[in-house]
Design a protein around this ligand. Structure first.
Ligand SMILES: CC/C=C\CC(=O)SCCNC(=O)CCNC(=O)[C@H](O)C(C)(C)COP(=O)(O)OP(=O)(O)OC[C@H]1O[C@@H](n2cnc3c(N)ncnc32)[C@H](O)[C@@H]1OP(=O)(O)O
Length: 243
């Protein structure tokens, strides 16, 4: 599955909806056993959640948006398919969450392709389920530092901390992802799927048990004047960077 939402594969509501529909089709088609998620935008896996879906929007829109974000995470995280991330670009925040929700992550070895939950750098907070997935992946202490400092790990550091499973030369990302897929597909589906569920269900359940409250929290948080100001400043910084 090649994500294509130029220029930066931001996860807009429309794009999230497209991804959800595509994933559901693959999930329900019994001829598919696995997917490799990668990007069609050069140098960018995904710029994460679309800031314009959260900035200057009314509460109803923010609620609809957050519901779609939850939906995508649950769909990928609990997928019965083998999901491999072939990460061929930078993946901050929501892009990192998408990567972390895969069963295995292969990152292209390019110092620009940093990965991490950088929410604090935007003046916002990663929700508890983003945090849970990071803690599950790199451990409590490393997650504590990474989250507070908004670390975006370049490939060598990403491998060392365990936020990705493998770093390979850029031209080998897709072939490596395919080899890894073959290895995972050698396991009987039912055994692998039940095991995946066993490991991941408690984390997913924490959100499933309070989805509406999580949406309300998000809407309350994102609607605050101070948070809207932080988003404004960050968006301006992105614009200024262009000169
Ligand atoms: C509560 C939890 C909430 C949030 C979790 C999140 O996911 S928040 C989003 C976090 N994402 C980021 O911090 C990434 C921000 N973007 C960048 O750092 C750079 O854009 C990136 C991805 C490194 C690409 O750099 P490049 O120089 O190639 O492109 P440029 O910065 O000029 O961006 C092109 C246009 O895209 C807009 N844009 C970038 N990221 C986002 C985004 N996440 N949402 C919406 N729009 C985004 C950027 O403003 C540019 O717009 P333009 O109108 O052309 O000026």
């Amino acid at each position: 599955m090649k994500m294509r939402n130029p220029p930066v594969n931001s996860l807009s509501l429309e794009f999230l909806t497209e991804l959800l529909i595509s994933l559901e089709k693959l999930e329900n088609d019994k001829t598919f056993r696995g997917i490799i998620i990668t990007s069609d935008c050069p140098g960018i896996f995904s710029a994460g959640l679309d800031l314009l879906e959260m900035y200057g929007r009314d509460p109803a829109h923010c609620a609809e948006y957050w519901k779609a974000v939850q939906e995508l995470w649950l769909r990928v995280y609990l997928s019965n398919l083998v999901v491999i991330g072939a990460i061929n670009g930078i993946s901050p925040a929501g892009g990192c969450l998408l990567s972390l929700s895969c069963d295995y992550r292969v990152l292209a070895n390019n110092p620009k392709y940093a990965i991490g939950l950088n929410e604090t750098l935007l003046g916002i907070i990663a929700p508890f389920w983003f945090k849970d997935v990071l803690v599950n992946t790199i451990g409590h202490r490393a997650a504590e530092r990474a989250l507070q400092l908004g670390f975006l790990f370049p490939p060598s550091d990403a491998l060392q901390v365990g936020i990705v499973d493998q770093v390979v030369p850029e031209d080998q990302v897709q072939s490596t992802a395919r080899s890894v897929m073959a290895q995972w597909l050698a396991i009987p589906d039912h055994a692998r799927q039940l095991t995946k569920n066993l490991v991941r269900k408690p984390t997913a359940d924490r959100l499933l048990q309070q989805r509406d409250a999580d949406i309300q929290n998000f809407v309350r948080f994102i609607s605050r004047d101070s948070i809207q100001k932080s988003l404004h400043v960050y968006l301006e910084k992105l614009k200024q960077k262009k000169g």
